[in-house]
Design a protein around this ligand. Structure first.
Ligand SMILES: Nc1ncnc2c1ncn2[C@@H]1O[C@H](COP(=O)(O)OP(=O)(O)OP(=O)(O)O)[C@@H](O)[C@H]1O
Ligand SMILES: [Mg+2]
Length: 236
């Protein structure tokens, strides 16, 4: 098991958001996390990334408890979060944005290999490496945000609604690219997505959460694709 969340309780100040949340991600897996607005999906990713420390429960990453670790140390341990509405640095070039994602790489060969891996995955980023990131299209900016998150070669990539603002056609491309990230970069993925249809098509497994709890797992998510009534019950 790569990631194990056990009975997590977390929130903001006095407001509780996660109520005994447990979930697992296996090595090499693309796991989807879906659920209605306000369910606590972003909060869950922030707990994993060390931005919020849970009041109870544990987060085990490769068997080690990281639940009270500072975010930069969680990142050093191999977890990378591409936040919701993630913005690129618009007044930096594409290359400079990627450079920032790999700032902690000391070895220049390693840096170059990381960069080349990302250019192979997203050729458009190489074509536009000297362009201001702010002048990229929405889809290209998303690719850059993901590329930046991948520069540190994480073992686990956390994606919070990467498709926000993308046209359906681009969305499908993006999902395919995310699958390629998993396969070519040997990175496990936990992805939060509003586009349930698209993400369930490509994810290996899925959790559905509502009001801070996991309400269904695996086959249930599969059923969601086909059963309208169930969808309404779980996703709204
Ligand atoms: N910084 C914050 N301070 C206080 N409450 C917050 C904060 N961030 C989120 N919340 C609350 O926590 C709950 C869960 O929010 P969260 O962002 O995790 O939901 P979500 O499932 O990601 O929703 P969405 O699909 O809209 O992104 C919501 O009720 C929200 O208002
Ligand atoms: Mg969210």
């Amino acid at each position: 098991m790569l990631l194990e969340l056990k009975e997590i309780e977390a929130g903001y100040g006095k407001k509780s958001v996660l109520f005994g949340l447990s979930m697992n991600v296996k090595e090499g897996q693309m796991m989807a996390l879906v659920g209605p607005n306000g369910a606590g999906k972003t909060t869950t990713l922030r707990v994993i990334a060390g931005q919020i420390h849970p009041n109870r429960g544990s987060v085990l990453f490769r068997g080690k408890d990281i639940s009270q670790m500072m975010p930069h140390l969680v990142a050093q341990n191999g977890v990378s979060l591409v936040p919701q509405g993630s913005r690129v640095f618009t007044s930096l070039t594409v290359y400079e944005n990627l450079e920032m994602g790999g700032f902690q790489i000391k070895d220049s060969n390693e840096f170059r290999e990381s960069l080349e891996g990302i250019y192979r995955l997203f050729p458009v980023l190489e074509e536009r490496k000297s362009q201001w990131a702010g002048t990229l299209s929405g889809g290209e900016q998303q690719m850059l945000a993901i590329g930046r998150g991948l520069m540190s070669r994480p073992k686990l990539l956390l994606l919070d609604e990467p498709s926000t603002g993308l046209a359906p056609k681009v969305l499908h491309e993006l999902m395919k690219t995310i699958v390629a990230v998993k396969e070519k970069m040997n990175t496990s993925i936990l992805i939060v997505e509003q586009n349930v249809n698209e993400v369930l098509k490509v994810a290996d497994e899925a959790y559905v959460m509502k009001l801070g709890r996991i309400v269904c797992y695996e086959q249930c998510a599969e059923t969601l694709l086909y059963d309208d009534k169930l969808r309404k019950a779980y996703l709204s």
